[in-house]
Design a protein around this ligand. Structure first.
Ligand code: FAQ
Length: 312
């Protein structure tokens, strides 16, 4: 391609972003934009799939048929989200099988939050309330992300995440009406998941290498710190209504800022988890690898079936 032609394409790309229109798979895009989208969407897809594990552990131990049906539906939804997102990544020219390899070889990340264990059934409720709540806060603005297939996948995903959040809150409300031991289980789960939920939004803006460029390209619509603050402000009244205490002595309303102040986040812990040294990293990746290996015959059978249909 000539330099003049490429300049024209670049201008067209920039105008599309300026006019708040979507970049579609057939459109020209800068290599760095494509690489950023592949990184973000693949990491998001991996998070949905690895994210099935912590709650999946409780399907066989759900306390009633109703809770089991709800949890099964939720975990299946996460699988569906992973699939839409892998499909969105494929529109950028990467192969899903290659992305899975990169995940199990730890060359690509997934959300830090899924490296923490689910110790009691209250964790299922707290994941719904806090983790899905944080996911919604982060993902609703992504429905307006500049890459069309990602933005469209997000619309359905957010609707389902919203059901997930409500089922978690309803579960916790039920436990908070129960025995003293059940209330303690809820409080203990909140204590363990609160800080990791705040870390889901990513490093502080000053240490976020990707935010500025992703905002300029309208991939991200808000910074990590803005969304974290929105989540804290949204969650404090929900905690009050539930009757639990968020484990932060510095958490208080600041009338001047019109937001809640909150205490310092342990970014060393975040870095440890990202580097593979969280409580469950090894277990999560090993299990994903095992599932991939055990599913080899399904992929082979599907490929053989498709080949047979082509020859018929
Ligand atoms: N964990 O420069 P930034 C769910 C990485 S929700 C791990 O700020 P960026 C639903 C980051 O990727 C969870 N890595 O990066 C569910 C970058 O990596 P690099 C998934 C993190 O992209 C609920 C580096 O640090 N949601 O699954 C994390 O501008 C319940 C520097 O960071 C999404 O993925 C982290 N928490 O902003 C499922 C949402 N934070 O460059 C089951 C889409 C940052 O080394 C059960 N993603 N990193 O490759 C995003 O919005 C963005 O990618 C951010 C990070 C905000 C996560």
């Amino acid at each position: 391609m000539t330099v003049v032609a490429e300049e024209g394409l670049e201008r067209h790309f920039e105008h599309t972003i300026e006019r708040d229109q979507r970049i579609e798979p057939r459109d020209w895009m800068p290599d760095a934009y494509r690489a950023t989208m592949i990184r973000q969407i693949a990491q998001h897809a991996h998070s949905e799939i690895i994210g099935m594990q912590p709650e999946g552990d409780w399907i066989t131990r759900a306390p009633s048929l109703r809770r089991k049906a709800i949890l099964l539906a939720k975990v299946q939804d996460e699988a569906g989200h992973g699939l839409y997102l892998y499909s969105a990544t494929e529109t950028l020219g990467v192969d899903r099988a290659d992305l899975t390899t990169r995940l199990i070889e730890r060359r690509q990340k997934y959300s830090s939050i899924f490296n923490y264990p689910t110790l009691t059934y209250a964790d299922v409720g707290v994941i719904g309330w806090l983790v899905d709540g944080a996911a919604i806060c982060n993902q609703v603005p992504l429905c307006r992300s500049s890459y069309g297939p990602y933005a469209r996948a997000m619309i359905r995903i957010c609707k389902e995440e919203s059901f997930h959040q409500r089922q978690g809150y309803e579960l916790l409300m039920t436990m908070m009406r129960g025995t003293g031991a059940q209330k303690e289980m809820v409080q203990d789960a909140v204590n363990r998941w609160w800080w990791p939920s705040l870390m889901m939004f990513g490093p502080p803006d000053a240490d976020s290498p990707n935010t500025a460029r992703s905002m300029a390209w309208k991939i991200k619509r808000h910074t990590n710190d803005e969304l974290r603050q929105r989540f804290v402000d949204m969650t404090v009244p929900q905690a009050e209504a539930l009757g639990v205490t968020l484990p932060d002595p510095d958490l208080r309303w600041n009338p001047e800022r019109g937001h809640h102040d909150f205490g310092p986040i342990d970014w060393d812990e975040f870095k440890r988890v990202l580097s593979g040294d969280g409580p469950c990293n090894a277990e999560r990746v090993a299990r994903r690898r095992r599932a991939h290996e055990e599913g080899a015959w399904v992929r082979e059978a599907a490929a053989a079936h498709a080949a047979k249909r082509r020859t018929r």
